[in-house]
Design a protein around this ligand. Structure first.
Ligand SMILES: Nc1ncnc2c1ncn2[C@@H]1O[C@H](COP(=O)(O)OP(=O)(O)O)[C@@H](O)[C@H]1O
Ligand SMILES: [Mg+2]
Length: 240
């Protein structure tokens, strides 16, 4: 069963035509990666799905509901959690206060569970958001969304600007969420780290999907990675 189905999206910012017929699916309990270079349209795809920038053409179904023109809060209400780019946590609230901001929905993720799973956040629970490192802020942003106990988690470049070791820690959270049955749409430029945890990979270029296949296969084809993933392929080289 697919928890998310996206079909033929055409999304615009004013007169700029950004997405040219983007289609993708997220099967239940899987991690689906949406890769692509800077400016490819990854964030726009996420914004279309979560209702912030609705498409002008195309269809979106969340758990079978035709949500294409629903408001963001209605879509979120179906259990779609979104972690935006750039870790928008509250800098003046403590870690614990940040976690208590969302109206938590019942489920496995509670403040206690977050602190058990992310000892780093537990150590910092009385620190203000502004005192956290980039990696800790990203963990907090993800943990805060997990407090909504989403059934689908959509993440926009969680690894951005983080050291490889921290990326691994952040991605561990994502795989842990999958273990709880959460389905994940992971938007990334960090190809290597992403294909290591993803089940399926899509590559977006210039507003169109140019590759779709098992993540493991994509990972093996380094030439394809370099050709399609642009900037992130350089990262691949650097980390080897
Ligand atoms: N608010 C906006 N208004 C106009 N153009 C935008 C806006 N946001 C993004 N774009 C353009 O849309 C294209 C896709 O951007 P985006 O979806 O953010 O790409 P990605 O997330 O893959 O880096 C880029 O060319 C970008 O300049
Ligand atoms: Mg983006």
């Amino acid at each position: 069963m697919n928890v998310l189905e996206v079909e033929g999206l055409h999304t615009y910012y004013g007169k700029s035509h950004i997405l040219h017929g983007v289609s993708l699916v997220v099967p239940e309990g899987k991690i689906v990666a949406l890769l692509g270079r800077n400016g490819a349209g990854k964030s726009t795809t996420l914004r279309s799905i979560i209702g912030l920038t609705p498409p002008r053409e195309g269809a979106i179904r969340v758990f079978g509901h035709a949500t294409t023109h629903w408001a963001p809060d209605q879509i979120a209400g179906l259990g779609l959690g979104y972690v935006p780019e750039g870790r928008r946590i509250f800098p003046n609230l403590t870690v614990e206060e940040n976690l208590l901001v969302p109206m938590a929905r019942p489920g496995p993720w509670t403040v206690r569970r977050v602190f058990e799973s992310f000892p780093r956040l537990a150590e910092r629970k009385s620190n203000k958001g502004s005192q956290l490192s980039g990696g800790e802020q990203e963990m907090l942003a993800i943990a805060r969304t997990l407090m909504l106990n989403p059934k689908i988690l959509a993440l926009d470049e969680p690894s951005q600007g983080l050291a490889p070791l921290i990326v691994r820690e952040v991605f561990n959270i994502v795989t842990e969420a999958r273990k709880e049955g959460v389905s994940v749409l992971l938007v990334e430029q960090n190809v290597r780290a992403t294909v290591a945890i993803a089940d399926h990979a899509y590559v977006l270029d210039n507003g169109s999907i140019v590759y779709s296949g098992p993540a493991a296969e994509f990972a093996k084809d380094e030439q394809r990675v370099r050709a399609l993933a642009g900037a992130s392929a350089e990262k691949w080289e650097m980390e080897d």
